[in-house]
Design a protein around this ligand. Structure first.
Ligand code: FEO
Length: 394
């Protein structure tokens, strides 16, 4: 698939993918592994595809170019979804230089135990591809791995951004102006929330660094999902907003429940929030029945999160414990929270949840609210009052 006269997409659309990073990321709409072929006076491959598609990738690539005519390989990122076909490709062209960061050399050697012809590069290093064009390298350290980098093709003004600005979103059309915009941005924000949130300070710094270089960018060719050719700056602006302690006018109530006590509490807290503020977007999710990455997207959009668990063995449910582990790693900023839950004997769940959320940087609105056995009329009123308090504390 042509991107410009001399640049083609030679990647893989993976419609079947439903889980990525093992089981860590849900991909309801599949994904793509984008590899690019630049044919100028020099021929360059930028990134490859995930390992299961290595043979298919190389066979298809042979139809695009005589592999012996490839002059350079660029590995923008060492993670397996982009480097997985390198062993198959390098088997055919073992002496071709691989341009990547110093960290990527370590990482690629760690993954594949091969001593290929690595050429470590730094920000500002270039390779001449002929016809007056060059590839300029820009280190993208911690966006999202230590080895990540982007490559910029002068003349065509294409930024090969690797993971940055991507989405796990399969499409036969592959350009941002040809796909459903709601689907596209839903996948973009999910990708940012789940993968890039902890690296937000690096996102802001790197985007400003690239903007200050004042290089024209006509196309952002990511390594997952569609290629941004229509107003590519729009996704850069979204990233700047998402990196800046992002929140929408949303309060999310997350809970697990054994015999419905904590569910009834959640629903009545929602009644109280709506009573005090009928403009705020209120969403409820049973964490044990909902995809965890979708939940992370909802937390990312929220200004306040209420997290409820019944007390089980002096602790909390496995689903809530797992979510708290995710939350701790993602380091959300600028969010408030409250713990709640029903109990029968001791009622430790709200203390555990409160402590965990505080440790993760959430501003706790109060010490949490627990309800003995199933909520009676009095407890239901207290849940409604809690909802009102939460809405008024914004
Ligand atoms: Fe798409 Fe960090 O790999």
């Amino acid at each position: 698939m042509k991107i410009t006269n001399n640049v083609s997409w030679v990647g893989k659309i993976d419609w079947e993918l439903r889980k990525f990073h093992g089981n860590e990321y849900s991909t309801h709409k599949g994904s793509t592994y984008n590899s690019y072929l630049i044919k100028e006076e020099k021929n360059v491959i930028i990134d490859t595809v995930w390992k299961p598609f290595a043979k298919e990738y190389v066979e298809k690539l042979k139809k695009e170019i005589d592999l012996q005519k490839i002059d350079y390989v660029v590995a923008n990122h060492a993670e397996i979804d982009h480097s997985g076909a390198l062993p198959e490709l390098m088997h055919h062209i073992p002496d071709v230089p691989i341009y990547c960061t110093k960290n990527a050399v370590t990482s690629l050697k760690g993954h594949y135990h091969k001593d290929w012809n690595f050429v470590p590069v730094k920000t500002g290093d270039t390779i001449d591809v002929g016809n007056g064009k060059s590839l300029v390298f820009v280190e993208m350290t911690m966006l999202h791995w230590p080895d990540s980098m982007a490559s910029y093709l002068t003349g065509d003004n294409i930024l090969f951004s690797n993971d940055a600005f991507g989405q796990h979103y399969a499409s036969e059309y592959m350009f941002n102006d040809l796909v459903d915009q709601n689907e596209l941005f839903h996948e973009c924000i999910k990708y940012y929330a789940n993968i890039l949130t902890p690296f937000s300070p690096f996102v802001t710094k790197k985007i400003h660094e690239v903007l200050e270089m004042k290089i024209p960018i006509n196309i952002i060719a990511t390594s997952h999902g569609v290629i941004w050719r229509d107003n590519p700056v729009q996704i850069v602006e979204k990233y700047l907003a998402w990196a800046n302690k992002y929140q929408e006018n949303q309060i999310t109530i997350l809970y697990d429940t054994m015999w419905d006590g904590t569910r009834i509490m959640a629903e009545n807290i929602a009644v109280g929030i709506k009573k005090a503020d009928d403009k705020v977007n209120i969403k409820l999710f049973n964490v044990s029945k909902t995809d965890k990455n979708d939940i992370i997207s909802e937390i990312f959009k929220s200004k306040t999160v209420l997290l409820g668990s019944p007390t089980i063995n002096k602790g909390i449910s496995v689903a809530i414990a797992g979510l708290l582990e995710e939350i701790e790693g993602l380091q959300f900023k600028n969010k408030k929270a409250v713990a709640f839950g029903s109990y029968g004997w001791s009622g430790e769940s709200i203390i555990k949840i409160t402590n965990a959320l505080e440790k993760s940087g959430f501003a706790m609105i109060n010490k949490g609210f627990k309800c003995l056995w199933n909520p009676d009329d009095d407890s239901i009123q207290q849940c409604i009052s809690l909802g009102v308090e939460v809405a008024k504390s914004q």
